[in-house]
Design a binder for this molecule. Structure first.
Ligand code: HSE
Length: 315
């Protein structure tokens, strides 16, 4: 029977925790929720149009040149040398400027959806560079530590950007991620601007030792080693002050039993690693109470590592 091609598709792309403390710009993982739901359909007028965005409080532009999903799809069709048009409808189901990879989720959802409609010319891994173009316009840097895990699922390590070399790492079964998002907005662009251009040798040594050790900990299910390695000498010292009460929330997480705690991506969300669901709930409670005590509204998400990445939803 001939394959029936679809004209439209609904997809869900998950939020992500980038950096994982020691892996600035080179490590990230996907969580189950929140995420973005995106509907994409063919149009006949050869243009990429953003038809509707909901859940963004009116903050995102409908201009396709400023929208990460549209920019990612454009880079895909440029690469294919075709002039197919698409209409895009985006439901933001996650906060913007949160450190949860919001722009990346839209990029991933858009380009994955278009690729499916076109008969899947590229694999998930091959789609990552197109989604990175969305990051470039969102924050001025085409990093892959949000788009790669949102696209492929799991925990990823980006060994090299040129050429792009993405390595999937194993996720210990009992590893839980707690992410607490305080209702303050920190734009990636701004939290990248506070970072130094250069680091000294001793900082580099400490950081790459931890990145390697975390990788070993994930392979060997060694939670003690994971706890010792999830430490950030590069970004956290400079970014912590952008997040109100960061040190108190981190202390609360560790006091409540977290293996480790640091900034999720560029913040302001804060993530903690936990062994098991019960511990994760207690840690989330401890972190939330610290924000609450300081009158900062916040939301907690608890998840194991999402190994699927972006998925097609039922029509
Ligand atoms: N690695 C990036 C950063 C992730 O920390 O700036 C944010 O998108």
């Amino acid at each position: 029977m001939a394959k029936k091609f679809e004209n439209s598709i609904n997809v869900f792309a998950p939020a992500t925790v980038a950096n994982l403390a020691c892996g600035f710009d080179v490590m990230g993982l996907a969580i189950d929720s929140p995420g973005d739901e995106v509907h994409v359909e063919f149009n006949r007028n050869k243009e990429i149009r953003i038809r509707k965005i909901s859940g963004d409080g009116g903050k995102l532009s409908l201009d396709p040149q400023k929208n990460t999903a549209a920019v990612s799809i454009q880079s895909l069709i440029d690469d294919l040398h075709i002039d197919q048009g698409f209409d895009i409808y985006i439901k933001k189901k996650m906060p913007l400027g949160s450190g949860l990879g919001s722009s990346a989720a839209s990029s991933v959802a858009g380009v994955f959806a278009a690729n499916e409609l076109l008969g899947r010319p590229y694999s998930r891994r091959e789609l990552v560079p197109f989604a990175m173009e969305g990051e470039r316009i969102a924050c001025g840097s085409a990093h892959a530590d949000n788009v790669a895990p949102s696209m492929m699922g799991g925990i990823v390590l980006i060994r090299s950007y040129s050429p792009l070399d993405i390595i999937s790492l194993p996720a210990p079964k009992n590893l839980m991620i707690v992410v607490v998002h305080p209702q303050v907005e920190v734009l990636t662009k701004d939290s990248r601007a506070v970072l130094p251009r250069k680091i000294d040798m001793s900082t580099g040594i400490a950081q790459w030792a931890n990145t390697a050790a975390l990788t070993a900990g994930l392979y060997s299910n060694d939670f003690d080693l994971i706890a010792r390695s999830v430490v950030d000498h590069v970004a956290e010292p400079f970014r912590a002050s952008l997040i109100p009460h960061f040190e108190d929330v981190k202390s609360a997480a560790l006091f409540s039993g977290a293996l480790a705690c640091s900034i999720s991506g560029s913040g302001p969300s804060i993530f903690a690693f936990a062994e098991g669901k019960k511990a994760a709930k207690e840690i989330a409670y401890g972190m939330q109470m610290q924000f609450k005590k300081n009158k900062i509204k916040n939301t907690a998400y608890i998840s194991s590592v999402n190994t699927k990445g972006v998925i097609k939803l039922k029509a």
